[in-house]
Structure formats: structure tokens, C-alpha cells
Design a binder for this molecule. Structure first.
Ligand code: PLP
Length: 393
């Protein structure tokens, strides 16, 4: 009998034994404040649907219309078989929205990092990377073959120190998340920009959790800090605040032109279908028309965080609607999440290796889709479970 796959069985058993096995729940409803998870209707504190657009009637209509006109599949990669007019329109609209010269869209935010980093740096180069950067930045950096130098989280002084102590290189790029998705803290962009400019290095920011959230009308972290024109590359995703799927790179015209020539996910993988591109354009329309959803998101986030702190919970270093509820112990976080679910609240435990050992938490994602009574329900259940588990008094 073959034994060649036994190692996988052993690894899976070991994950289960360490309580690190990832169980995927099944959703059977549209995204919204309440969703059906594993057959049960629960309050949704899990999704990145910041503005509630994932089930918005205007986005759905745009997707329907696009299916009627273009069908369902792109049928080939854009560089070979031609690009849909909808992709061009989306890129133009995103460039206007972000206040940059140009954008290029990809299948996901993950792929956008996988396209940009290897296209901008290679074996003779260096990437200075925040130690808590997202996995897609880490993988894109590895793919590039460049030397990776990690600097202390959100520490522009350490970044500069690392730059000074790193020897010869051809080119270098600094890369950071804009908003860090596990803690909800914001990169100190003005200080990082100063360092980048002082050393004349390329600077790239992944704005996945900043767009639709930070800046005027959700224009993102660069707008939030008034740094237009001083960040070379912005990476974005359409899968969070925009409510759809896809990613993009925004910046100077020549960078985007270069990615059309050298961005491998652009050259070798099909684009998102017409329905998704059309829904993304409708999301940009909504954000450009009104700031109401972004304001509602922030009102909700402020209310929930303040009330959680009043209850006695530690919400960590968050400066955004991402609300970590710090518990420390991984088993406690796991049990806490389970008890929340029994009480109709869906909020996941985040444990090692996603966050450091001893820093386990429940991560609550607040959305503009939540009504005040939804937040009150969440607070009531958090209070009940917290007291039962002796996390609060
Ligand atoms: C910082 C960051 N970059 C990229 C991504 C990937 O985005 P997408 O889901 O569009 O691939 C995420 C998603 O979690 C993220 O948090």
C-alpha cells in the first residue's frame, strides 16, 4: 500500500490536536447584518463588507445587466484575447476615485501584490517590509526573489535604521499594509513617506482595509494623510468595502504601463467576469455620489467600540472599524467564539499563527449594514459570554 501521502494525514491530525485546524463554516444567504451560517441565522460580525455593498440592489442590477450584454466568462486573458470595455472603464473610474494617474485591475488583492512586487524588484534588489504585513505581500515579496528586510511594526525609525545598515543593492522598495487587518491600526504613512523620500526609495501601500473606510468618502489611506503623489504604488481590493471581488494597483502611468507588460497575473490569468467588473463600477458610483455609508460605518464603529470598552473589554490598538477583542489564550478565544455562536453572534477567534502566541482574540468587523439594534444585540451577547467566562466582571 502506498504511504506517500501519510505525511498529510499526520499533519492534519497534528493541526486538530493543537486546536489549529481551520473549520470552514457554510453560508446560505446573501451577505448582510444577519446571515445564515451552517443553517442558523446569526448576527454577522465576520465579514469585510464594510459598507454593506455585497448585497446592494444597485450592484446586483449592474451585474445582471452586464451578464445580459457580455455573458458570464471572460474566455481568455486580457493581453491575448482583448480586454472588456468594462475593465477599461473600471480602471478609469478607480483612477479618478483614488486621485492617481492610472490603475490596472487584477483578479484579487492577493494577485495584485503578486503582480506588483515581482514586477518592480528582483534578485539584485531589496524589499523593506513591515513585520506584520499581509500574507499576499509576503508571498509577492518572496516571488520577486529580492532580499527581504523586515522592520519593526509601524516603526519608521527602525525602517530608516534597516535602510542605513543594508548594504549594496540596485533598487529598493518599502512596503506596508495601510490598515493592519488583525489589529485595526494604521501605518504611520507621513513618517514612512519621509523616510522613502530621504533615501529615494519606491514606496508601496496595500490599502485593502483602508479604501471605503479612510479618507474623504473612503478614498483610502493616502487621502486620509493628504499624501497624494508621494506614494508610488497603492494596492487595492474590490472584495471588502466595494463588496465584490477583484484587486488593482494604482499609481503613476508608467508603473501601470509596466504592469501591463510584466504583471504575471495580468498576462497569464483571466480577468474577473463582466458581472463583477460592472458591480465594481456601480460601487464606485455609490462612493462618489455620497459619503453617507462611510459616515454610518464610522458611527457604528465608534458606538460599538466605546460600549465594548465600557463593558470592560480590551479592544487593543484599533483605530478603525476592525475591532479586536483581546483575550490572550487561544483556547479561551475558541470557546468564546463558540459561545457567541450559540447565542446567535458570528465572530471568529483569531489565533496563532495568524497573530502571535498569547495574543488570541475575537475579531469583530463592524459594517454600515448594522442597525443600532444589531450592535446592541452584539453588545448584550458579548457582555453575557464575557461574564460567564470571567473575561469581564
Ligand atoms: C492587506 C490585504 N491585502 C490583500 C488582501 C487580499 O485581498 P483579496 O481578498 O482581494 O485577495 C487582503 C485580504 O484579506 C488584505 O487584508
Amino acid at each position: 500500500m502506498s504511504t506517500k501521502l501519510n505525511w498529510i494525514r499526520d499533519e492534519l491530525a497534528s493541526l486538530k490536536q493543537q486546536n489549529l485546524y481551520n473549520t470552514i463554516r457554510t453560508i446560505d444567504s446573501p451577505q448582510g447584518a444577519w446571515i445564515v451560517v451552517d443553517g442558523k441565522r446569526v448576527l454577522n460580525f465576520c465579514s469585510n463588507n464594510y459598507l454593506g455593498l455585497a448585497n446592494d440592489a444597485r450592484l446586483k442590477q449592474a451585474a445582471h445587466d452586464a451578464i445580459e450584454k457580455f455573458g458570464v466568462g471572460p474566455a481568455a486573458v486580457r493581453s491575448i484575447a482583448g480586454t472588456l470595455s468594462l475593465h477599461n472603464e473600471l480602471e478609469k473610474r478607480l483612477a479618478e476615485f483614488k486621485g492617481v494617474e492610472a490603475t490596472i485591475s487584477f483578479q484579487s488583492g492577493f494577485n495584485s501584490n503578486g503582480a506588483a512586487l515581482p514586477a518592480l524588484v528582483g534578485k539584485e534588489d531589496v524589499i523593506f517590509s513591515d513585520e506584520l504585513n499581509h500574507a499576499s505581500i509576503i508571498d509577492g515579496a518572496r516571488l520577486s526573489g529580492a532580499k527581504i528586510v523586515r522592520y519593526a511594526h509601524n516603526d519608521a525609525e527602525d525602517l530608516e535604521h534597516r535602510i542605513l545598515e543594508t548594504g549594496d543593492y540596485r533598487r529598493a522598495l518599502i512596503v506596508t499594509d495601510g490598515v493592519f487587518s488583525m489589529d485595526g491600526d494604521i501605518a504611520p504613512l507621513p513618517q514612512i513617506v519621509e523616510v522613502a523620500e530621504r533615501h529615494d526609495l519606491m514606496l508601496m501601500v496595500d490599502d485593502a482595509h483602508g479604501e471605503g473606510v479612510l479618507g474623504r468618502g473612503g478614498r483610502g489611506i493616502v487621502d486620509h494623510f493628504g499624501m497624494h503623489g508621494r506614494v508610488d504604488v497603492e494596492v487595492g481590493t474590490m472584495s471588502k468595502a466595494f463588496g465584490v471581488v477583484g484587486g488593482y494597483v494604482a499609481g503613476k502611468r508608467e508603473i501601470v504601463e509596466w504592469l501591463r507588460q510584466r504583471g504575471r497575473p495580468f498576462l497569464f490569468s483571466s480577468a474577473v467576469p463582466a458581472a463583477d467588473a460592472a458591480a465594481c463600477i456601480a460601487a464606485v458610483d455609490i462612493l462618489e455620489e455620497s459619503t453617507a455609508l462611510v459616515e454610518r460605518l464610522w458611527d457604528n464603529a465608534r458606538y460599538f467600540k466605546t460600549e465594548m470598552q465600557r463593558l470592560g473589554f480590551d479592544t487593543g490598538a484599533s483605530e478603525t472599524p476592525i475591532t479586536p477583542v483581546m483575550l490572550g489564550d487561544a483556547q479561551l478565544a475558541q470557546n468564546f467564539s463558540r459561545a457567541l455562536f450559540e447565542n446567535e453572534v458570528f465572530a471568529m477567534a483569531i489565533k496563532y499563527p495568524t497573530v502571535p502566541q498569547g495574543k488570541a482574540r475575537i475579531r469583530v468587523m463592524i459594517s454600515a449594514a448594522h442597525e443600532r439594534e444589531d450592535l446592541d444585540k452584539g453588545l448584550e451577547v458579548f457582555g453575557k459570554v464575557g461574564r460567564e467566562m470571567e473575561v469581564i466582571q
